[in-house]
Design a protein around this ligand. Structure first.
Ligand code: PLP
Length: 431
C-alpha cells in the first residue's frame, strides 16, 4: 500500500481509537511522548483498567455459586475463557487456561508433556523465538531428560529459515516450538504452511506456538494454523499482565501438569496453580472486548457478524491491513535516511510489508542501542526499546549480540506518529 492510496477506515477512526488509550501521548509523569514500544507491552485500553479496579473492589477472590460476589467471580472466569477462545477461534473455553505469564505457561506445558514425549524423541525450537519458547524446552527436555533439542536458524533477513527447520524434523520429532511473529525483527512465520510441512515428515509431532508478539497485530486462528498449543499475553493485547494457554481439548486431557491434589484434575483447571487473578482476568476480558468494539467501529453500524469469533477476525483483519500501511510508510521513510548512518534489520522492502508486523529493529552508526534510545527519548520524547528483547539468538544472527534498537507500532499509531519517528531519526542520522 502506498501513501497515495485511499485512507484505511482505521486511519479515519484513529482519533476515536486514540481516545480509548489514556496514556497514548503522555508518559507516567504527564509529559508528552510518542510511545513506540508496544513490542514490550501495549498501552492499556481505558475499560481494561476500569474493569480491573471494579473487580478488585467488588468481587470475591474465590468463585462460588451461592453469594453474589463469588457467583460473579465464577461468571467472570467462564466469560473470559470463552472470549479468549473466540479470539483464537478455538472450540471452547474449556481449552483455555490462565497463567501469570506466557513464560510460566510454557514451562508448565513443558512439564505437563511428561507422559507424552518419548525417550528417543527430539524437539525442534527456533532461533527466531523469544527465549520464553526456547528455554522451557531446552531446560526440561534437553538438560533434564537428555533429549536432542534442535535449533532452526534465522536467515540474514531476520526471518525463520523454514528449509533449515524442515531439515531438522524427522519421524521422531515429538515437539516443535515456534513463534508466529518475531519480537526482534517483526517478521511473520507462515504458520499454516510450515506446520503442514512438518506434519508430513513427523505425524506425531506436537506444535506449540508463541503468539505473544503477533496477537495485537493480526488474526490468530488455532484451527486454521492446525497447531496443538498456543500462548498469548494480555499486556500485548491492550490489557493486563495475564497470559493464556490454549490447547486442543483431547491433548489437554492427556497431559499431566504438576498439580495440588485438591485441584480439579480436568482441563483447564488442572493447569492453573492457585487462585486465579480476578483483577487481571477482568482486565483481559475488557481488552478483548475492546477489539469487538473496534470491529463494530471499523465495519460500521449496518455490519452483521455471524458470531463472536468472526467479529474478532474482522477486527484483527482491519488492524493487520491498517498496520501494513503504517509499515510501508516506515520502510519508505527508512529508504530516505543516510544508508551509511542507518541500518534496518529484517524485511525492509515496502512491497513485502505484509510479511511482517510494524516492529522495526535498527542501528544508528556510531551510537549503541542504549545511547540511541536515550537520545530519542531526551531530545524528542520518542520511546523505543534497546537490548536483546529476550530474542538472544536473533540478535546474535544479526551480528548485534550487545543489543539492537527496536521501534514498535500498533493500530493506535497513525501516519503522524510514523512521520514524527522518521523526522527525529533523520535528525539523529545526520549528526
Ligand atoms: C514473542 C514473545 N514471547 C514471549 C514473551 C514473554 O511473555 P511473558 O512476559 O508473558 O512471559 C514475549 C515478551 O515480550 C514475547 O515478545
Amino acid at each position: 500500500m502506498s501513501t497515495h492510496e485511499p485512507r484505511h477506515p482505521l486511519e479515519t477512526l484513529n482519533p476515536k481509537i486514540r481516545a480509548r488509550f489514556p496514556m497514548i501521548d503522555r508518559d507516567s509523569q504527564g509529559n508528552p511522548r510518542v510511545y513506540l514500544n508496544t513490542g514490550a507491552g501495549s498501552l492499556t485500553v481505558d475499560t481494561a483498567s476500569e474493569a480491573a479496579f471494579d473487580a478488585q473492589r467488588r468481587l470475591n477472590p474465590m468463585p462460588g455459586v451461592v453469594a453474589a460476589g463469588e457467583a460473579e467471580t465464577a461468571g467472570l472466569h467462564e466469560r473470559v475463557r470463552s472470549l479468549a477462545a473466540d479470539f483464537l477461534n478455538a472450540a471452547s473455553g474449556r481449552e483455555i487456561s490462565f497463567h501469570p505469564s506466557a513464560t510460566a505457561a510454557l514451562f508448565n506445558l513443558a512439564f505437563a508433556l511428561r507422559d507424552v514425549l518419548r525417550p528417543d524423541d527430539n524437539l525442534v525450537v527456533t532461533d527466531l523465538d523469544h527465549m520464553a519458547n526456547i528455554s522451557p524446552w531446552e531446560a526440561v527436555w534437553g538438560h533434564e531428560h537428555g533429549l536432542d533439542v534442535r535449533r532452526a536458524r534465522v536467515t540474514s533477513e531476520g526471518t525463520l529459515d523454514v528449509s533449515h527447520l524442515l531439515s531438522l524434523v524427522d519421524a521422531r520429532t515429538g515437539l516443535l516450538a515456534m513463534t508466529s511473529a518475531s519480537n526482534g525483527t517483526g517478521s511473520l512465520v507462515p504458520l499454516r504452511e510450515t506446520i503442514a510441512a512438518v506434519r508430513e515428515k513427523a505425524p506425531r509431532c506436537l506444535v506449540a506456538v508463541d503468539a505473544v508478539h503477533h496477537a495485537p497485530h493480526g488474526v490468530i486462528d488455532v484451527r486454521e494454523a492446525d497447531c496443538d498449543f498456543l500462548v498469548f499475553s494480555g499486556y500485548k493485547v491492550f490489557g493486563p499482565m495475564q497470559s493464556v494457554l490454549w490447547g486442543k481439548a483431547a491433548l489437554l486431557e492427556k497431559l499431566r501438569p504438576y498439580r495440588v491434589e485438591t485441584n480439579k484434575n480436568d482441563p483447564p483447571w488442572k493447569f492453573e496453580m492457585g487462585m486465579l487473578n480476578n483483577t487481571s482476568l477482568a482486565a483481559l476480558g475488557a481488552g478483548l472486548e475492546y477489539l469487538l468494539w473496534l470491529a463494530e467501529l471499523a465495519a460500521g453500524p449496518a455490519a452483521a457478524f455471524p458470531d463472536r469469533a468472526s467479529k474478532f477476525r474482522s477486527a484483527m483483519t482491519a488492524i493487520a491491513e491498517y498496520e501494513t500501511g503504517l509499515t510501508c510508510r516506515v520502510l519508505e521513510g527508512f529508504r530516505k535516511l543516510d544508508a551509511a548512518r542507518f541500518r534496518c534489520f529484517g524485511i525492509s522492502d515496502p512491497s513485502r510489508a505484509g510479511e511482517r508486523v510494524p516492529t522495526f529493529a535498527f542501528d544508528v552508526a556510531g551510537l549503541g542501542a542504549t545511547e540511541t534510545k536515550k537520545r530519542l527519548w531526551e531530545d524528542s520524547g520518542v520511546q523505543i526499546a534497546d537490548g536483546n528483547h529476550y530474542s538472544a539468538a536473533v540478535v546474535r544472527h544479526l551480528g548485534r549480540p550487545e543489543g539492537i534498537c527496536r521501534a514498535s507500532f500498533a493500530h493506535y499509531d497513525n501516519p503522524g506518529t510514523v512521520d514524527r519517528f522518521l523526522e527525529v531519526l533523520g535528525r539523529l542520522t545526520k549528526k
